[in-house]
Design a binder for this molecule. Sequence first.
Ligand code: URA
Length: 247
Amino acid sequence: MAAVRLNAYLARAGVSSRRGADELIRAGRVTVNGQAAGLATFVAARDRVAVDGRPVSLEPLAYVLLHKPAGVVTTARDTHGRPTVVELVGHAVRVVPVGRLDTDTTGALLLTNDGQLAHRLAHPRYGVEKLYEAEVEGVPDAEDLRRLREGVDLDDGRTAPAGARLVRSGRAGALLELSLHEGRKHQVKRMCAAVGHPVRRLHRRGYAGIELGGLGPGEWRELTTGEVEALRRAATRRAPERTARQR
Ligand code: URA
């Protein structure tokens, strides 16, 4: 293990969140090799870390794919007492969600205790693909699809190039497939509303090439070694630069 900051080590060991670890360190409750530790302390595998005198050891890394149902919140703890994705998974190690899905959005959500990978996957620099199915009001025409693909002006700037395909349409509305390489708050809903087709239901089918397959709502599974390796590769390839026109 490369040296990591002490708060990250304590979080990975399942002691607390990073912020909680900072409080423990500030309170003088954490020692490294018998010495009181500071916020700037780094630790490596050979170091002996203890909280209140009790040794702390690292948990194995865990990677989980959850089919998030509607009504469950994407946080570790909800201030309004609603069910959370972390409770739903109930994994033996302390995994946290990578990015966010709205409470009413269903679908693929990764959870892990690999803080470094999670941080990279969520970073816009790597442009990891998120594949959505959006049931929208009305039927988007060719011009609406072109705007979704080329970029929509939102209040936080123009969206990056995306994939947009009409899967089916009927009198009640349409189903769109959207492939995004960024992850702004409520992005799909804002993009669809901006082209005049508000989202009625949103589902994420895949994340970084990993699809739900047969996982039912509320079910989860560990990722395979191959999937974890693919995620690592996705989080090291920079997304292609956008052109000035698309920006
Ligand atoms: N875009 C949204 O609008 N909501 C989500 O949950 C995910 C993407």
